[in-house]
Ligand binder design. Structure first.
Ligand SMILES: [Zn+2]
Length: 119
């Protein structure tokens, strides 16, 4: 897994621990097609994730690592799932609800800023 220098820096800054596969105990809880998941400081990638998807997924998950560092693990997951459930109850599909969770919206905004920054 060869990562770009800025991504390696971001991993160091967030003190994230990246693992190249999901832990066995987590697998029964994961929906099909999940590419990566963050638990605390640990970022788990699906085994056999395509090389070009790894960077994108890691950038996404590192935003969650920062959010978790800011809020604490329990508060982050409590707020995250509370929002998801409220959005689902409002009638949104699972995918639409996921995209509207404020922590995911922040991620899309951050990614947008990163893309617009002149290098
Ligand atoms: Zn996310």
């Amino acid at each position: 897994m060869r990562l770009s220098d800025d991504l390696q820096d971001a991993i160091r800054q967030t003190r994230a621990r990246v693992r190249p596969h999901f832990p066995w105990w987590l697998r029964p809880f994961l929906a099909n097609g999940v590419v990566a998941i963050t638990l605390g400081r640990y970022v788990y990638l699906a085994a056999n994730t395509a090389e070009e998807k790894i960077e994108q997924s890691l950038r996404h998950e590192l935003v969650h690592v920062r959010q978790i560092a800011r809020l604490g693990v329990l508060r982050f997951y409590w707020l995250y799932f509370r929002e998801y459930i409220a959005l689902r109850r409002s009638g949104l599909s699972s995918a639409a609800a996921y995209r509207r969770i404020s922590f995911e919206v922040e991620m899309f905004t951050t990614a947008g800023i990163a893309r617009c920054t002149p290098s």
